[in-house]
Each structure stands twice: as C-alpha cells, then as structure tokens.
Write a protein that binds this ligand. Structure first.
Ligand code: PLP
Length: 440
C-alpha cells in the first residue's frame, strides 16, 4: 500500500501495538471496512481475516444477529452508571455467561477487555485470601512466553521479556515457570515433558512457602510462544497442585474462550475446571470492547457481609458491564450455542490441522499445534516468518506471524470451503516467503 503524505504524517502521531513504526510505514495496513471473513483496506484491496482481527471476530465481522442486538440496545440505553447500579441487560448477560461455564463458575464481573479481566482476577484472589484467613497469600505463578495484558499487574504476570523489560521494575510477587515447549527436546516424550513442567509449579510453591502463594495464572493454549498446547494431564496435575496448596487456578481464556477450541471454554476441552476464568476478545465478536472475570460462586461469598464489614470487592471500571456490550455478548453466546459453532470448530479444526500439516512438504514447518480452529505453525527459520509477514499481506491474508511461528484462528462461521481458500493463500504466501528468504 502506498501511503499519502497526510496518512504518513498521522502515523507519526500514533503507535501500532508492538510495532516499530518505521517498519510499519514500509508495509502498512490501513483498514477501511470489514464484513464476514474479510477486511478491505483504504485502496479497496480485500484480505482474508485468518485470525479474527486478533482472535476477536468469532462470528466474523458485522454478524447480523450481533448488529441487530446492538441496534435494539442502542435505542434503549447505551450506558448505565456502575457506581450506582447495573443495567437489566447486564444481569441477563451474567446469567447467560454463567450458563456456559464449567463447574460452579457463576460469579461474573463484566469488563471492557482482557487486561481488565486478568488484572481484576489477581486483585480478587488477593482480597479473597485476606478475607478467608490467609492474609499472606499474595504471589502469582505464571509462565514465560505467557501474555496476560498490558496493564501493570497483567504485565508483571506476563512472561515475554521484550515486552516487559522497558517498564521495569515490575510489581513484586510474580514468579515464572517455563511452558512445556521450552524443554521438549530434553525429554524422551512430550507427555514426560508436560509432567515435569507442571510439577515444577509445586516445587516453586513449596520453596516460596504455600502460605504466600495466591494463584497460578495460565493460558490453556498460549498464543505468545506459538500456540503452546500442553497435554490434558498437564492441566490435571496443575489443578491437583492448586487444590492441595489452596492456590487459585486462573485460566486466562481471553483467546481460547468462546468456542475456538471445540468447546465454549478450553477448560472444558482439557477437562479441567479452574477457580477463575478470564475472558474477552471473541465474546463480542469485535462489536464492542468486552471482558469478564468469572469465579467460583462460593469464592464470592467471602465478599458478602454486612455493610460495616466493608469486605466488598473493591474494584470497578466506568465502562465495565456496559449495556451495549452486554447485549452483544448475549447475542454472541446465543449464536454459538444455538448453532453448535463450538462443536463445528472441533470438526473444522481437524480439517484445518490436516491442511496445515501438508505444509510440512516444504521442509520449513517443524510442528502444527492447537485445538479446534485455533492453530499454530512453528517454522524452522525466523527469516521465513519475517518474509511471510510481507508476502501474506501482499497476497491478501491477515495472519499472526511472530516470526518463528504463525497462528490462524478464523471465525467459527468459516466453512471448509473458506478454510480451503485461507489455506491456499497461506501456502502461496509461505512458498513466496521461502523464495524471498533464500534470495536474501
Ligand atoms: C491471553 C491474553 N490475555 C489477556 C490479553 C489482554 O487483553 P486486552 O488486549 O483486551 O486487554 C490478551 C491480549 O492479547 C491475551 O492474548
């Protein structure tokens, strides 16, 4: 895309997330509109949205049911003051969310994004332990390569050095373990590697003193680091460890929630019930900023008492629980549930994985990972990934490229024919990226 002087100047007045702007302006993407599985840029060029915006457009862009719910709610009310009350539609949303979660995860605090949700979960857990006789439990264990958001606490829990070191020092009390992918070559089997890395959490809890450890926060499938997909047993081990030491298990499902892995939540896909789920992104299909922290209902009892006790959850955001977002959230859940789109993601996910496996014939793919329609392809060479960023945009497809891996997460509504189209564009872009990197 050729930039006109005005837009070039305007791009100097802002930042695109995690981009060096001098590089972005060389290969810019300025989007004009979106519909279904596609974006169009300001020159009218069409792009296949292979990553749902950024794991967001679960039903595609501008889904009619979502638009209709928005329109209706807009005419009724677009804001309710969270300091004085709650909108009725937000109560409906809380009920709806509680109907799709595993176990008794029915306590819902709605938010406007993923970082608000993870940040709130950590505050909730710290306050919970203070009010249940464990005032010294404050530490959180999370993983290197993890990403839990851009706010101070969420960043402290995140494990990508390059995104964090510029802002040091971080908050105290955040400890890290490695995900299984980090050690995989040191073990004779993937299962054994998963057992070892899950077990390392217990080692840390014991050595830190269990009475100081409040929570373990993990993404069931880690995006940063390349769609890291542990075994079911990995999460069962972590679940048991958390129960044994009275440590809250927090699943950050900001990416994995809302059908992508073959169930509403990855917790259900892996067969493990955490104490808290944090979500965002796909729950509004991108129509409104949204998020939620969903906790075990009995944990919320620690916050219920007579006014003089002053033990309410001391937390809030002005736009959290927004009625428009709530109406959108209900429409998205209804659409997924009524059409079994999560189950469809499981079937189409296998189809997609097989197609991505075929890319191994080019000799530059080490592994294909993921569940459902959330898939990652690990490359053998970062130079190919770097070239793929360019060739994919040139060929009209938007991927998440890192550059030693790339991820796809098309909308749940994508048919197998759509996946064929997407994979053909990926293949073309990969072949060109291999050629480009060989020339360099
Ligand atoms: C796993 C995970 N958690 C939390 C966040 C933060 O969400 P948000 O960007 O909506 O604040 C993200 C964002 O990419 C994420 O991928």
């Amino acid at each position: 895309m050729k930039l006109d002087p005005r837009r070039e100047q305007l791009l100097k007045r802002t930042f695109i997330d995690f981009h060096q702007m001098s590089e972005f302006v060389r290969n810019p993407l300025i989007i004009d509109r979106a519909e279904g599985l596609y974006y169009w840029d300001i020159e009218g060029k069409r792009y296949f949205d292979a990553i749902g915006g950024i794991f967001v457009a679960s039903l595609g862009h501008g889904h009619p049911r979502v638009m209709e719910a928005m329109r209706k709610q807009m005419e009724r009310m677009t804001f309710a003051p969270p300091l004085h009350g709650i909108s009725d539609v937000t109560l409906d949303f809380i009920e709806k969310l509680g109907s799709i979660t595993p176990g008794n995860l029915n306590y819902v605090k709605p938010f406007s994004g993923g970082s608000e949700s993870t940040e709130a979960a950590m505050k909730f857990v710290r306050q919970y332990f203070k009010q249940t006789g464990h005032p010294h439990k404050y530490k959180f264990i999370s993983r290197y390569y993890g990403y839990h958001g851009g706010t101070a606490g969420a960043m402290a829990a995140s494990g990508t050095g390059s995104r964090k070191s510029k802002f040091e020092p971080h908050m105290a009390g955040f400890l890290k373990v490695f995900p299984p992918t980090y050690y995989r070559d040191r073990f004779s089997s993937w299962e054994e590697c998963n057992r070892f890395t899950a077990q390392s959490i217990e080692d840390i809890i014991i050595h830190e003193d269990p009475e100081t450890v409040a929570g373990v926060m993990v993404e069931p499938i880690g995006n940063t680091g390349g769609i890291i997909t542990p075994t079911d047993e990995y999460f069962q081990i972590i679940r048991d460890i958390c129960t044994k030491y009275n440590v809250a298990l927090i699943f950050d499902e900001v990416i994995t929630g809302f059908g992508k892995t073959g169930n509403m939540f990855a917790a259900q896909t892996f067969g493990v019930t955490p104490d808290i789920i944090c979500c965002g992104k796909g729950m509004s299909s991108g129509a409104m900023p949204i998020g939620a922290m969903i906790a075990r209902e009995d944990m919320a009892e620690a916050f219920w008492g007579e006014p003089e006790k002053n033990i309410q959850f001391a937390h809030g955001h002005t736009f959290a629980g927004n009625p428009l977002a709530a109406a959108v959230g209900i429409a998205v859940i209804d659409e997924i549930v009524e059409n079994g789109l999560d189950k469809k993601a499981a079937v189409n996910g296998e189809y997609l994985a097989n197609k991505l496996e075929c890319l191994k014939k080019y000799g530059v793919v080490r592994e294909v990972r993921g569940k459902g329609i959330l898939r990652g392809v690990e490359l053998t060479d970062a130079a190919i990934g770097t070239a793929l960023k360019r060739t994919s945009l040139k060929n009209g497809i938007i991927l998440r490229v890192d550059p030693t891996w790339f991820a796809v997460s098309p909308a749940l509504i994508a048919t197998q024919a759509d996946l064929d189209e997407m994979c053909a564009l990926i293949e073309k872009s990969l072949v060109e990226a291999i050629e480009e990197s060989r020339k360099a």
